[in-house]
Design a protein around this ligand. Structure first.
Ligand code: ADP
Ligand code: MG
Length: 291
């Protein structure tokens, strides 16, 4: 089932209107991160959270960002979202400089960003209602999204009665209801148990496939970053910067194959080990500095 108002009309589609890589490469970057630096000024010190970070993210790309705690992942996401202004540099969305938050960028947080006193359906319809969208259209959109995230029978339940995994499905649906071009996710599955997390990874991939949205996903989990990222950025701390970049086939493979098979494949395992040891070395260095 296609999601509401979402599939790009570009030709050369592989699945559900998602342009194939050749066409995507020719397009202007959806997100252009242009020489961003961020320094937090504290009363007695400065924190160089990001130093000269540049990155282009293509339309319809799913990109994961991985790195040890404190390497500036959330800072980077907040700058793209327009919640923070960088000390230097600029972010452009489809060529337009970011000056603040905008409806074309949707956010999904780790947890706690839902309106607990509202029902599932009211949470999902919140954005469209605030924008004064047509009531019938909004009801239809909510119904479709409830179906996609598997929560039709929970439409009228208050969200505090749902499990963590279900709440994150509401958060995804609420984000999609605003039909953003770009979805920014900060550790969206970080608070879930392992099995729920795996299921949710499948849902993220399905949404990516069905909507053709540009997705930037921050995660602490090496396996998740490798699995979900068509491209994976590894960041390093002090100052926060991009250390390595990987182009990976697994997100695309997982559209056709069971997730467990993809994750058990020899290529997946070898990339995982390489990145794990890279992150491990960074963590050791940080611990060493603090020890
Ligand atoms: P990550 O998400 O990768 O863990 P953050 O972007 O949250 O990293 O933080 C990067 C660095 O900036 C850390 O050293 C953190 O302590 C610091 N930092 C983040 N937010 C602030 C803030 N509002 N004021 C001061 N320092 C901050
Ligand atoms: Mg963070």
């Amino acid at each position: 089932m296609a999601l509401p108002g979402s599939c790009p009309a570009a030709g050369g589609s592989s699945v559900c209107g998602r342009p194939d890589k050749g066409i995507r490469m020719a397009e202007k970057a959806e997100i252009a991160i242009d020489r961003i630096s961020m320094v937090y000024t504290l009363p007695d010190s400065e924190v160089h959270a990001l130093n000269d970070v540049s990155l282009d993210i293509g339309k319809g790309e799913i990109l994961s960002v991985l790195g040890p705690s404190g390497c500036g992942k959330t800072t980077l996401l907040n700058i793209i979202a327009g919640f923070l202004s960088p000390t230097r540099g600029e972010v452009r969305i489809a060529g337009t400089p970011v000056k603040g938050p905008g409806a074309e960028r949707g956010m999904v947080f780790q947890q706690g960003a839902l309106f607990e006193w509202l029902s599932v359906a009211q949470n999902i319809s919140f954005g469209p209602r605030m924008c004064g969208r047509n009531r019938k259209e909004t009801v239809d959109t909510v119904q479709r999204l409830l179906g996609i995230v598997g929560l039709v029978e929970f439409a009228d339940k208050p969200v505090y009665q749902l499990s963590g995994g279900m709440q994150q499905r509401v958060a995804l649906a609420r984000c999609l209801a605003n039909d953003p071009d770009v979805i920014l996710m900060d550790e969206p599955l970080g608070a879930l148990d392992a099995l729920t997390r795996e299921k949710m990874q499948g849902l993220v991939l399905r949404l990516w496939k069905e909507t053709g949205k540009t997705i930037l996903l921050i995660t602490h989990s090496v396996e998740e970053a490798i699995f979900l990222g068509e491209r994976l950025i590894v960041m390093a701390p002090r100052p926060g910067r991009i250390e390595r970049e990987f182009n990976l086939p697994f997100a695309t493979e997982a559209l056709e194959k069971p997730a467990r098979d993809v994750k058990a494949g020899s290529e997946f395992v070898s990339v995982r080990e390489e990145i794990l040891s890279m992150i491990w070395d960074m963590e050791e260095e940080i611990m060493g500095d603090n020890g």
